[in-house]
Design a protein around this ligand. Structure first.
Ligand SMILES: Nc1ncnc2c1ncn2[C@@H]1O[C@H](COP(=O)(O)OP(=O)(O)OP(=O)(O)O)[C@@H](O)[C@H]1O
Ligand SMILES: [Mg+2]
Length: 296
């Protein structure tokens, strides 16, 4: 069965997209079959991996965007999968095994215009279609915006694990707190739609610190996060296996440059010791997430 993982935090800009895209790429590089969903209307992951020219074609017509399973509702999820999404300048496949279901800006309509069938919320419709294709994958990953509105709910409802990217600051701690509260509410609301074969609802499994600047001591914010985590464990609001991940990702300009190049860091090429180092962080994180699967 595929491991289904959402990256989520109520704080924006903490590194959800950069972590999930680089994790997806490292997993694919290690031979895993990966399907990444972009559930953020900002379309950052889609633009990054498709590059602007290919993404523009989808954005101009909305054909191939994830919203089309809801409105007009004629598309099927399995037809939206962009296989081996990362391509070179001449269309050569650079990273076999990493597939993407892209979004465009129209996904915002799921929050306002979309009416649908009140007995079938968007996350239920999405989940039914996901079940038809998830057996082809080892990992299904959901990149979510910093909220649990309708688009995010699709990822959260279908996922079995949640990881919380965080920066070592007070706002990330607030973001985590808010996330746990909202997650609890959503899970109560959606409980009646869960069926046995879906497995347990997604629980927070870990906090991943990102963008750590060289020489900056983050022990205090880590300790605060650990205390909050312990509190939530005692209240059973996060998984009993939840932890602060040992791997933390350093701050490195190559991460921002990789976006401009339309490549995950693993394909940028190791030009400097800085890029080597951050790539090793991503590889370590990938191993740690794979290993965490053993205790679930
Ligand atoms: N380790 C890093 N080193 C340097 N820059 C980073 C690192 N991780 C992320 N960034 C940069 O920080 C910015 C925010 O990252 P990202 O888009 O991944 O955050 P996000 O949580 O997905 O944001 P949003 O809430 O808007 O979806 C981006 O410009 C990204 O390139
Ligand atoms: Mg993002």
């Amino acid at each position: 069965m595929a491991r289904k993982i959402a990256f989520l935090n109520y704080k924006g800009g903490v590194g959800k997209t950069s972590l999930i895209v680089n994790l997806a790429a490292c997993l694919a590089k290690a031979g895993q079959r990966v399907l990444l969903f972009d559930f953020d209307t900002q379309s950052n992951a889609s633009i990054w991996l498709l590059r602007l020219e290919r993404w523009n074609k989808i954005n101009n017509t909305n054909v191939g965007a994830v919203y089309s399973i809801f409105e007009p509702g004629t598309a099927k999820l399995k037809d939206l999968v962009v296989k081996d999404v990362v391509e070179g300048k001449n269309g050569e496949k650079l990273l076999p095994g990493l597939d993407l279901v892209p979004t465009t800006f129209n996904l915002v309509e799921l929050e306002s215009e979309y009416e649908g069938d009140p007995r079938k919320p968007p996350y239920l419709l999405f989940n039914e279609q996901l079940r038809e294709l998830e057996s082809g994958y080892d990992f299904v990953l959901f990149d979510c915006p910093p909220n649990i509105l309708h688009a995010s709910q699709c990822g959260v409802f279908s996922a079995n694990e949640i990881y919380v990217p965080a920066n070592p600051d007070a706002l990330s701690l607030i973001g985590f707190t808010l996330l746990v509260e909202k997650l609890h509410k959503f899970q109560q609301l959606s409980a009646s739609f869960r069926v046995a074969q879906m497995g347990p609802p997604a629980a927070v499994q870990g906090i991943i610190f990102n963008s750590i600047k060289n020489g900056v001591d983050i022990e205090v914010p880590k300790m605060r996060m650990q205390l909050r985590m312990n509190q939530y464990k005692a209240q059973r609001r996060v998984a009993p296996t939840a932890k602060l991940f040992e791997t933390q990702i350093r701050d490195a300009t190559i991460v921002r440059r990789a976006v401009a190049l339309g490549l995950p860091v693993v394909l940028v090429g190791q030009e400097t010791s800085e890029s080597d180092n951050v790539l090793n962080d991503y590889r370590r994180l990938t191993k740690e997430i794979i290993k965490h699967g053993e205790v679930l």
